[in-house]
Design a protein. Structure first.
Length: 239
């Protein structure tokens, strides 16, 4: 499903991240879980991945995806070959689920502003040359990128590494059976080439402008993939 040639995207200016010390691999839990979860998810949801050649084989990269279902991070992680560290809303990090999420390399983000600890975590993920996944919209919705969360957009535009737009189709049809089993529905995932983003300014106006550029780039990619006209926040075509 994910075979084919690989075209490496531009790297971050910094050199390759040093390997993790022996016995301290932050992606170990993810790789262990992936042995079972990836084949299961790919088969159950009949995942079709397009644009896999845009994902570099190594080096820091951000996957900026639309968000329509709680299954989005699971299925995106199952579709790509490399481990992905996702930001997850802090409300999920309770009880046993918190231990599981941290074991597979995920970390919390507090919504409502700029989360300094989440910023530190994103920097650590990318500094070691790993792949970061996030949902700039900030919450589940129509998945059209009609709006992006300013705090999450800031995290994206401040990092100097490839940012790949991602659009997921089909997860909005996922429903549960018997109270826990997800109903199988074909899922299509499209990954685009790196998007060109301006360097984020330190002032609020500069961050807002950079965030708007990110929103426009993501929305245009999603519209092109879906062969749909671009819509504004109120649902009308732009002038």
């Amino acid at each position: 499903m994910t075979g084919g040639s690989s075209r490496e995207a531009p790297r971050a200016p910094a050199g390759p991240a040093p390997p993790a010390p022996p016995g301290n691999d932050p992606e170990r839990g993810f790789r262990i879980a992936a042995v079972v979860v990836k084949p299961l998810m790919r088969t159950w949801f009949r995942i079709r991945l397009e644009g896999h050649e845009h994902v570099p084989e190594a080096g820091p990269v951000i996957l900026a995806s639309n968000h329509r279902s709680n299954m989005d991070p699971v299925l995106l992680a199952a579709a790509v070959e490399r481990p992905v560290a996702f930001m997850a809303k802090a409300e999920l990090f309770v009880g046993p689920l918190a231990w599981i999420l941290r074991w597979i390399g995920q970390f919390p983000v507090r919504r409502g502003g700029i989360d300094r600890e989440a910023l530190r975590q994103t920097g650590a993920v990318l500094a070691r040359g790993s792949m970061l996944g996030l949902f700039p919209e900030g919450t589940r919705g129509e998945g059209t990128f009609s709006a992006v969360h300013p705090g999450l957009a800031y995290i994206v535009v401040r990092q100097r590494c490839p940012v790949l737009p991602v659009v997921i189709f089909g997860t909005e049809r996922v429903r549960r059976r018997f109270g826990w089993l997800p109903f199988a529905s074909p899922v299509r995932i499209v990954i685009g080439p790196p998007i060109d983003l301006p360097r984020s300014a330190s002032d609020r106006a500069g961050r807002r402008a950079a965030s708007e550029v990110l929103r426009q780039r993501l929305q245009a990619f999603r519209a092109a993939v879906a062969a749909e006209p671009i819509r504004t926040v109120d649902g009308t075509p732009p002038n």
